[in-house]
Structure formats: structure tokens, C-alpha cells
Design a protein around this ligand. Structure first.
Ligand code: SF4
Length: 194
């Protein structure tokens, strides 16, 4: 499985030839996969500045909140697969300093890689973080994490549990309680499927 994933990254992703508005604009950030098989996948939105700099998902400010999520679930990075819906950083503003949500054309272009990652890793449980991966896996462009958080649905054979993006706490402290409740439910779900 790991071989197949690394082959996808080395042969295709890191030398992406898909006709995409983000192609060639920034460093491509591949998923993080531990050495042993795992059955839980976290899917974020897109890399930010720090992720792009280090070539790893969830290592910036949102990464610190993400580590707290993992701790509260008694998990570490070595227990899960971590990836983003879009593998290149979408930016806006002066010299592209600010992050922005990916456009539909970028989501469409990069959907191939997320689909392949999910086929190869075949997780039992996928945790989506924020609106972008929720909409992508649900195939509903208007779905909102405010409505869907904590609500299970299926993506193929995998259960999907949507929660708010870890970065959301930084600008909306009121979400802290909502997320804490969802993480409690998620922890039970993880225990049940072990
Ligand atoms: S966002 Fe995805 S499809 Fe677009 S250039 Fe990056 S890796 Fe390729």
C-alpha cells in the first residue's frame, strides 16, 4: 500500500501534469503516511504557507491545533494518514501572501489525487476538516460544515465524520466547545471500529 502511494506521489503528483490553474505556482504537498498500515484518514483543505515551506500537511498554526485534536483522540501522526483536498497552496493578495479557499476548477483538477489516495489507503474512517473536503467527498458544492459537523456519511465503504477545520478555532473561539463535543463522539467511533 505504502509502495503504491509513494509511486503515485513520485510518478504523478510531484511532477503534476494536470491542466490546473495552480500548476507551477507553488510547491506540491503530498500526504503524510506512517510506516505501518492505518485505517484512519484526515483530509484537510489545502496547504498553507508553512506546509508549503516544509512540504508536509498540517504543520503551521492550524497544525498546532491539529496536534491538539490528535492528542484528545489518543492518536499521534503515526496512527493516521493525513492529506489535503488540494495539494498546492491557493493564494490571494499582494505577492500571494494570503491563503484562500480553492476555486472549483482547482478542486476539479486535483480531485484525481484525493480519489487515488483514498483508493490506495482504503481507510475505514475519514475525518474531513472544514468545508472543502466535506463538499468534495459529499459531492455537494453547497454543503456547510456548520450544518454537517458530527454527521456521519459514507464515501464508498468508508465512514466519513466531518468536523470543523483546526484553523477555525483561531478566528472563532466559540467553535471550541462545538469541536470538543464532536471530538468526544469521534473518539467513541474510533474505539468502536478498532
Ligand atoms: S493543485 Fe493538484 S492538480 Fe493542481 S497543480 Fe497542484 S497537484 Fe496538480
Amino acid at each position: 500500500m505504502l509502495d503504491q502511494l509513494e509511486k503515485l506521489y513520485q510518478d504523478e503528483l510531484l511532477n503534476c501534469r494536470i491542466d490546473c490553474p495552480l500548476r507551477g505556482t507553488t510547491t506540491i504537498v503530498k500526504g503524510h503516511y506512517p510506516e505501518q498500515p492505518v485505517n484512519i484518514a484526515f483530509v484537510g483543505e489545502a496547504p498553507g504557507a508553512r506546509e508549503t515551506e516544509l512540504g508536509q500537511p498540517f504543520v503551521g498554526m492550524a497544525g498546532s491545533n491539529f496536534e491538539d485534536f490528535l492528542k484528545s483522540l489518543d492518536l499521534t501522526r503515526n496512527d493516521v494518514f493525513i492529506t489535503n483536498t488540494v495539494k498546492c497552496r491557493p493564494t490571494v493578495g499582494f505577492q500571494g501572501r494570503k491563503n484562500r479557499a480553492p476555486y472549483s476548477s482547482e478542486l476539479e483538477a486535483c480531485s484525481y489525487y484525493l480519489k487515488r489516495e483514498m483508493e490506495i489507503t482504503d481507510p475505514k474512517l475519514i475525518i474531513t476538516l472544514g468545508n472543502v473536503p466535506l463538499r468534495q467527498l459529499l459531492k455537494d458544492k453547497k454543503a456547510s460544515i456548520t450544518h454537517w459537523h458530527g454527521t456521519l456519511f459514507f464515501y464508498g465503504r468508508a465512514k466519513v465524520f466531518p468536523i470543523h477545520h483546526p484553523g477555525a478555532i483561531t478566528y472563532n473561539r466559540k467553535l471550541k466547545g462545538v469541536i470538543a463535543e464532536d471530538l468526544k463522539v469521534l473518539k467513541k467511533l474510533i474505539t468502536l471500529q478498532k
